[in-house]
Design a protein around this ligand. Sequence first.
Ligand code: NAD
Ligand code: IPM
Ligand code: MN
Length: 355
Amino acid sequence: MNTYKIAVIGGDGVGPEVCREGKKVLHKIAELDKGIGFEFEDFPWGCEYYLEHGEMMPQDALETLKKFDAVYLGAVGFPGVPDHISLWDILLKIRKGFDQYINLRPIKLLKGAPCPLAGVKREQIDMLVVRENSEGEYAGSGSWMYKGKINEVVIQDSVFSRLGCERVIRYAYELAKKEKKTLTSISKANALNYSMVFWDQIFEEVGREYPDVETYSYLVDAASMFFVKEPERFQIVVTSNLFGDILTDLGAAIAGGMGLAAGANINPERLYPSMFEPIHGSAPDIAGTGQANPLAAVWSVSQMMDFFGYEEWGKRILDAIEQLLTEKKSLPRDLGGSSTTEAVGNEIVRLLERA
Ligand code: NAD
Ligand code: IPM
Ligand code: MN
C-alpha cells in the first residue's frame, strides 16, 4: 500500500470548513482503495495563530512541512491582520520556499454548473491556466521613499529571470504537446517594455523546440475580453504570476464561480511537497455560517490524486462533482441551493461510494 503524508493547513475563515470536506474525500478513497492510505497532520497556522504568537506559522514551518508528500491548504487572511503580512508569511512563503513554480488552475465548465455567459455550451469553456508561481510581479521587493512627504514614491519590483520564464513556458509546451492542445501565452509587451518583451521572446524561443504545438499570443487586456466573449479560443494558457491570478478569478466567474475554482501549486521535480488549495480566499463574509461551497477544495483533492499518479481517482472525484451539480439536490448557497458545507461534502462522498 502507498501511504501519503498530508499536511493540512486549514487557515482562516472558510478555509478549515472546506478542508474538512476535502479530507473526507481522501478518507473515503482510502476506504474504497486498499492500495492507498493517507496520514494527516493538522497545523493550526493562520491569523488566529498570529494574534497569539506574533507569527503566522513557526520559523521552522518549512522544515516541518518538508517531510510531507503534499500540503492541503484552505485559505489564509482575515480582517485584523494586514493581508500582506498574512499572505507573505504562509501562502507565498510556502509557494516560494518549496519552489512550487507551476500553478495549475483548470477553468472548466462542468455539466450543471451555472455560467453567466449567454448561450455558452459546456465544451466552450475547457482550459487549463499554467500560472508562473515563483517570481514576476510577486518578487516581493521594492522600495518606499520619502514616507509621508509630498515627494513620496513607491517602487514595486517585478523580476523575470530566464530560468523562471523558461521553465514555466516549457512546462506549458510539454503539456500542450502531450494533450494535443493549443497553447496561448498571455502577456503585455506593448506597455511592459522589459518584462513582457522578455517573456514573449522566451515564449517564441522555447516554441522552436515544439514545432507541432499550435500557439497564440494575446495581450492580457484583449485576452480578458475573449475569456468572456469567446472562451473557446483558449485551451492551455501560460501567463505570468499576477496576470494568472487575475485571469483565473475571471475564469472562475465564467465556470461556476469561486466555489468551484481549484488550484495546484506544483514543484515538478518533486524536491519539495506540492500544495493543493481552492483558489478562493477565506470569505470572511460567510465564514462560520455553513454556506461555504467546498467543491473547489474537493476539486483540488482531485488534482492531488492526479499528481500522485491516480488519474482514475482524480476523474472519479470530478465526476462526483459533476453529478452533484446535475442532480441539483445538494447544492450549496452560491450555486442556488441551501445545503450546508458539510451536507455538500457528505453528498460527494456518497456519490464517490456509488460510482
Ligand atoms: P474571497 O475569495 O475570500 O471572497 C470573494 C467572494 O467570493 C466573497 O463574496 C465570498 O463569500 C465568495 N466565496 C469565496 N469562496 C467561496 C466559497 N467556497 N463558497 C461560496 N462563496 C465563496 O476573496 P476576498 O474577499 O477578496 O479575500 C478575503 C481574504 O482571503 C483576504 O484576506 C485575502 O487576502 C484572502 N485570500 C486568500 C487566498 C488564499 O489563501 N489562497 C486567496 C484569495 C484571497
Ligand atoms: C490566489 C490568491 C493569492 C495570490 C493571494 C492571496 C496572495 O489571490 O491564490 O489566487 O495572489 O496568488
Ligand atoms: Mn487570486
